[in-house]
Structure formats: structure tokens, C-alpha cells
Design a binder for this molecule. Structure first.
Ligand SMILES: [Zn+2]
Length: 193
């Protein structure tokens, strides 16, 4: 990752999920690097007869394929991982997530015969991954699925906090509570968005 730079700009490009329910996929671009957070499916609305699945439009990523460094996945729900097997055919870059999230993705890749051709990496909460000019830290959150993460995305332009889906639960049914301390720490240092 590069040092903070007051002239640096980071673009946040939602590729789905804003108007439709379900399709969570957002690209973050800075200089020569693009990372993609989540890669979900949407289910068709009633007026979309004969359509089974709605897959995000990733033509922007295809046009900029040289910049695309990887998928960073917050958790294993369908609306966050469901489109991966379709999108990876065109955008074949490594996939990063926590243990359960990667396991769920691997099930899908197996179904689609993509396991051999897809690089995956398990990241633990508190760990970071460097992708181009970004560093992405996985922070533990609680959600209705285990192993969910928020992401602190460090870029030359500043820190962006991507919360994923979560609820604050001081007494979660499974696992440890969310790492609220880390959120507070990041908040103190200053977050861009
Ligand atoms: Zn979810």
C-alpha cells in the first residue's frame, strides 16, 4: 500500500445493490488498482418473466481488467457471493474472505467446475491483505451468518469503512462479539467515508 497523499482520489463504484434488493457488489478504484467488495445475485422481480437470476453488469471491470486485483467478500450470504461463479469466468482474480465465507464460495465453485481455476485466500479477523494501492483489514462483526466481516479499506486518499451487513450484538449466539474497539480506534483516526 502507498502512503497517504492529499491529492489521491478514490472512486467508489456501485455495480448493483443500490436500487435492487440483493445484488451487493461495489468496486473501489484508486490509481492503477481496483478491488471489488462482494459479488451478489439479485432475484428477479415479478415483471422479469422467464428470468431466474439477475447478475451484476461488470462491463466496467472487464474494460479495466488489468487494474482489478481481487474480490474481497464480507460474508457468505447469497446476495454477497451468489454471482461469483458467473463473474469469475470473465474476471478471474483471487477471492479473499474469512474461513466460512471461503468454504461457502468453494461449494459454489465446485458446482460450476471453477475450483481449479480460482485462487482463494482465507483471511482471519484482524488480518489485512494488500491489493495494489489498497490495504484491506477484516474486522469482526455479528450477522445472521458466522464469520462476517466489516472492511477497513486503507487507500492513499484515506480510510473507507465498509460495514457489510451487521448488527451490534453484545451477546451473540455464536462466536465472539463484534470488534467494536477497532471501529472506535479507526473512527478516532479519521475515516473518509
Ligand atoms: Zn447478509
Amino acid at each position: 500500500m502507498k502512503k497517504q497523499d492529499s491529492n489521491a482520489k478514490v472512486k467508489i463504484i456501485p455495480l448493483g445493490g443500490m436500487e435492487q434488493i440483493g445484488m451487493n457488489i461495489t468496486a473501489f478504484e484508486c490509481e492503477d488498482s481496483i478491488i471489488i467488495v462482494d459479488c451478489g445475485l439479485a432475484f428477479p422481480t415479478d415483471d422479469m418473466l422467464g428470468i431466474d437470476l439477475v447478475i451484476p453488469d461488470v462491463s466496467y471491470l472487464k474494460q479495466n481488467i488489468d487494474k482489478v486485483k481481487g474480490f474481497v467478500i464480507t460474508h457468505g450470504h447469497e446476495d454477497h457471493i451468489g454471482a461469483l461463479p458467473y463473474i469469475l469466468r470473465d474476471i478471474n482474480v483471487p477471492v479473499y474472505g474469512t474461513k466460512l465465507t471461503i468454504a461457502l464460495i468453494e461449494n459454489k465453485l465446485k458446482e460450476h467446475n471453477l475450483l481449479k481455476n480460482t485462487k482463494r485466500k482465507v483471511i482471519k479477523h484482524g488480518q489485512s491483505v494488500n491489493l495494489g494501492c489498497f490495504r484491506i483489514e477484516f474486522i469482526k462483526t455479528n450477522h445472521s451468518i458466522a464469520d462476517a466481516s466489516a472492511l477497513a479499506i486503507f487507500s492513499p486518499a484515506g480510510v473507507i469503512l465498509h460495514t457489510g451487513d451487521f448488527k451490534i450484538d453484545y451477546t451473540p449466539v455464536f462466536g465472539e462479539p463484534a470488534d467494536l474497539e477497532r471501529f472506535a480506534e479507526l473512527g478516532k483516526k479519521g475515516v473518509l467515508a
